[in-house]
Ligand binder design. Structure first.
Ligand SMILES: C[S@@+](CC[C@H](N)C(=O)[O-])C[C@H]1O[C@@H](n2cnc3c(N)ncnc32)[C@H](O)[C@@H]1O
Length: 271
């Protein structure tokens, strides 16, 4: 099985991601953890655990269980391990794992969670197959995945300036966060159902928060590492950054918001 490692862009942005994204995602993490109705002794896997913040919040609620966090990015695994030490959480362990080829035996976990790794994997059927395989029959699967409206304001700003760059900047529907696949609530729930799971809950989770254009640009870059400027020359990139900020100001002014929008699916492995 080919490794996904080369495909991930998260190695370069691990620390920035923690600073610029995690604070806005906290409500999502806590909502998903609450939906799982944990008993306290479950064996849990977090796939694509990143800096491990959701994993560690969950680990605190399973004092008699354990949490394993698997991520394909070594810098992310290092950061999550450091966070576990810093927060004194001793029942969590982080390791390098490819979601498409998990190292765990069949039927290992009572619960599997995954927050916003699903949009980046190259083979989403295989991802669900691995979740199904490593979950115990009847085990719960909590999936959080980017919604189709995520970072819409940023996509609009790129569209507004794309003609200045002979369309070497992605615009409109071509803009995707680092190649991420986004879903509607119905599409994602159907996809999970078609791959062997019973759907217990599914809904769109949205929050909007005012932000300055500069911070917004920073935040998007903490996920995509400016990949939307890849086709520009270095001096054009400086101009493009200024143009994006100007476009965000013109389009939205002080109404600019982060559209933090994800689809939640709580599912169960059928027997
Ligand atoms: C947007 S981050 C989400 C991190 C964390 N779950 C959160 O919600 O804050 C996506 C994570 O998925 C990881 N990832 C991407 N492809 C993966 C794969 N095939 N296997 C495991 N992890 C993967 C990335 O390295 C990254 O840490």
């Amino acid at each position: 099985m080919k490794s996904e490692r080369k495909l991930t862009s998260f190695d370069k942005v691990a620390k920035r991601y923690s600073k610029d994204v995690i604070p806005y995602r906290y409500p999502q993490y806590l909502t998903m953890i609450h939906l799982l109705e944990l008993g306290g002794s479950e064996q849990v896997l977090d796939i694509g655990s990143g800096p491990g913040i959701m994993s560690l919040e969950l680990a605190k609620l399973i004092p008699k269980g354990y949490l394993k966090g698997g991520d394909i990015s070594e810098p992310m695994v290092a950061l999550a391990s450091e966070n576990a030490r810093r927060l004194g959480v001793s029942n969590a362990e982080f390791m390098v794992e490819d979601a498409l080829n998990l190292s765990f035996p069949d039927e290992t976990f009572d619960v599997i969670i995954s927050s916003n790794a699903f949009p980046w994997v190259s083979d989403r059927k295989k991802f669900l197959k691995e979740v199904f395989r490593t979950l115990k029959p009847g085990g719960k699967f909590g999936l959080v995945s980017l919604a189709d409206t995520v970072y819409q304001e940023f996509a609009d700003a790129l569209t507004a300036i794309a003609h200045n760059y002979d369309d070497r900047i992605p615009s409109g529907p071509d803009f995707s966060v680092a190649g991420a696949r986004v879903f509607t609530q119905q599409n994602l729930a159907n996809f999970v159902r078609e791959n062997g799971f019973e759907i217990l809950r599914s809904f769109r989770f949205s929050a909007e928060e005012p932000i300055s254009p500069e911070k917004y640009l920073n935040r998007v870059n903490s996920i995509v590492n400016e990949n939307y400027l890849d086709d520009l020359e270095p001096d054009e990139k400086t101009q493009a950054r200024a143009d994006i900020i100007e476009a965000l100001n013109q389009l939205f002014g002080d109404k600019l918001v982060i559209t933090e929008s994800s689809i939640f699916v709580l599912a169960r492995r059928t027997e």
